[in-house]
Each structure stands twice: as C-alpha cells, then as structure tokens.
Write a protein that binds this ligand. Structure first.
Ligand SMILES: Nc1ncnc2c1ncn2[C@@H]1O[C@H](COP(=O)(O)OP(=O)(O)OP(=O)(O)O)[C@@H](O)[C@H]1O
Ligand SMILES: [Mg+2]
Length: 357
C-alpha cells in the first residue's frame, strides 16, 4: 500500500480537528442614541465539522456566508463566541498566550490575497524566516538552508532568496505563502480561498502543489472556496455553508453525485459538466441576495431563497438527517432530485418573519 493510501485510510480514527456548534458573532459599534447597543452579526452560527489527519475538508458557499470567519475562528485568530474546538485531542477553544503561540506550530493558514499577506518590504528570506524566529526553532543546518529547501519544495528558485514579493508573479507569491505555512511541518493548514485571486491556468498548479505537499507530509487541510468545482479535486469531504450554518456535509463524491439539500443542488447546477455522459443539470438560479447575517431568517436560514420552501421552513429549524453514514443534511425536505425551476414555482418569502402561503 502506498504512503498516500495509508494516510488516506485514517478516516475511522479520531478526527484531528473536531468543531462543535461553533459560533462567532460580531457586535457592531452602536451609532447615535438609537443604536446604543450595536447590532449583532451572526457570521458563524453553530457549525460542526471534523477533519481527519492527512485529509482535506472543502468548505464552500457564496460570498459572506461566514467561511473566512469560520476558518479564522478555528485557527484561533478570532475568539469564538460559543461552541467548542478540539485539535489533536485537546480543547483549544479558549487557549491563550504561550499555549496559543505553541499551537501555531501545528496549525497554519494560507490566505486568499498572496500579495497582501506578504510584507512588501521584506525579502522572501526574511518572510520565510519568521516562523522559525517566532517559534524559536533552529532547524538542523541553519535557517537559511531550511528556507532554501522550503523554496525548492514549493517550486521556487532557492537563489531568489533575496528578492522581494513584487518581483514574483501571483502564483509564485502564493507559493511563498504555502512555503511559510509548511515551514514548521504543521498538522493542519486552513487555506482560505488560496487560488481565487489567481488566473485559471495557475490555479491548478497551486492546487496540485498543495496535494503533493499533503501526500509527502500527511498535513490536513481545511480548503475554503466559493466554488464546488475548485474543491472537487482536492477535498475528501465537503461542507456546504449558507449564512453562518452548514446545510449539507459528507464525503466529496457523495455530496457531489447525490446532493440532497436544495442549496447544494443550486451550487452544483452552476458547475460546468465536462463529461457528456453525466446527468444533465438544469441551472437553478437563486432569486434575491443573501439575507443579512444581522437578521437571519427564522426557521431554516435558506428558506427565503429556497425553491421548495413550505410553511414549516419559516417556523422550525430543519432537523439534520443522515441518509448515509457521514452524509448530513439540514433540510425539512431533503431530496436527491434537484428542484426543477420550471416544474416548481419559485416561492419567494419577503421578510424574515413572514410565512409562506
Ligand atoms: N470583523 C467583523 N466585524 C463585523 N462583521 C464581520 C467581520 N468579519 C466578517 N463580518 C461579517 O460576517 C459575515 C461573514 O463574513 P466572511 O468574511 O466570514 O464570509 P466569507 O464566506 O468568507 O465571504 P467571502 O467569500 O466574500 O470571503 C459577513 O456578513 C461579514 O460582513
Ligand atoms: Mg472569505
């Protein structure tokens, strides 16, 4: 059995990362006399997920649904409002100070904007020496050698050690971001839309680099993307987020081939099908914009844009069903049949409190 296969069979073991009912709310500063208390943004509103060692969880959903906030809260760059985060068997929900610094060796992040995440006044050598310096780690052979080895591993010329970020292309800058994240051999990397800012032709190269690094090192990823097409080729499992909550999650192939949540059906209907033998998909266009996370709809948060919403959806939060082991759907009417926009009238519910007729 190959090393990769050994790593990939660890799914039955205790997860490396266990997130339960995680919440992150932001309180906006109140303005004037009428808003003294400020309003609450329910950015992440009770999400639960597992990530196993050496595996990749894709997190998808449209802009503003809370993906970055979830990633940053899991990384403990943000203080959770509620819920629990367990990493490597340890409760890290409230770790602080020195314990949090030590945790950074094990958990790293790659950001969407490679340029913005690199200090433009520092050379690549200085940028890549930071993890060693901050963590007070002296690699065998010295930091310079370790950095040049890192550059080589991510496909950069080690001789470019003294260059500045602007001397690299976007794809190369993201390789620097990846090199920085893997410097101390973490167990988990949260990749927040690591390829969204790159040209389509470069995206696959960076995704392949991340895959190769995973095969070599057994690192686990939380891979955040807008698009199911991007995570399709890297994620073992996927969680579909909508307005701070998870609508559906499960093994990538199951969710991709047998989605049951109307929101997942809608996201998938936008993914181009390259295989002509695959079932045809009718494009489901969601009406209206994402509701404000300041006032999420009652009952099911997706109901105001759901083509199959019924009265109960406005009143009760949907139960979570598990039709196959590990495949979880939060919907009152889960179905493998995509809601047909031509056969079903679009039911648009106009306010967060109004019920459907
Ligand atoms: N520091 C903050 N203070 C107040 N609201 C915030 C803060 N950070 C994020 N939000 C709000 O939380 C919600 C979720 O934002 P988040 O950036 O996590 O979404 P996202 O899914 O990553 O979106 P995108 O795909 O555009 O990156 C948004 O409504 C956003 O405006
Ligand atoms: Mg984001």
């Amino acid at each position: 059995m190959s090393e990769q296969a050994t790593i990939k069979t660890s799914a039955a073991a205790e997860p490396l990362l266990k997130v339960r009912e995680l919440e992150k709310f932001f309180t906006l500063p109140g303005k004037g006399l009428l808003q003294r208390n400020g309003a609450t943004v329910y950015a992440v509103n009770g999400i639960s997920l597992d990530v196993h060692a050496g595996r990749t969880l894709g997190v998808v959903g449209e802009s503003g649904c809370g993906k970055s906030t979830a990633g940053r809260t899991i990384m403990r760059l943000l203080e959770p409002t509620g819920g629990k985060i367990e990493f490597d068997g340890r409760d890290i929900t409230r770790v602080k100070g020195e314990s949090l610094r030590m945790l950074r060796r094990q958990m790293q992040m790659v950001f969407q904007d490679p340029k913005g995440s690199l200090n433009s006044r520092q050379t690549i050598g200085t940028i890549l020496s930071a993890p060693f310096r901050i963590q007070k780690v002296t690699p065998p052979g010295g930091t310079r050698l370790a950095i040049q080895d890192l550059m080589d591993r991510v496909g950069l010329n080690p001789e470019h050690y003294n260059r500045y970020p602007h001397e690299f292309s976007g794809g190369q800058q993201q390789r620097i971001g990846v090199a920085r994240a893997i410097a101390l051999s973490p167990k988990l990397i949260v990749c927040d839309e690591p390829v969204s800012a790159l040209d389509a032709s470069i995206q696959a190269q960076v995704v392949n680099l991340l895959k190769d690094i995973q095969d070599e090192t057994g690192v686990a990823y939380v891979f955040i993307a807008h698009d199911l097409a991007v995570v399709r080729h890297i994620a073992d499992e996927v969680a579909v987020m909508y307005l701070g909550q998870i609508m559906e999650r499960g093994p990538m192939d199951v969710v991709f081939n047998r989605p049951m949540h109307p929101y997942t059906h809608a996201l998938l209907s936008a993914v181009p099908i390259l295989d002509p033998a695959a079932r045809s998909r009718e494009r489901i266009v969601l009406s209206r914009d994402l509701p404000s996370p300041l006032a999420p709809p009652s009952g099911c948060v997706f109901r105001t844009r759901c083509p199959i919403a019924q009265d109960i959806c406005a009143v009760e939060a949907p139960p979570v069903t598990e039709p196959e082991p590990g495949h979880l759907i939060a919907c009152h009417f889960p179905s493998t049949t995509p809601p047909s926009t031509s056969a079903l009238p679009m039911r648009v519910i106009h306010t967060s409190t109004q019920k459907t007729n």
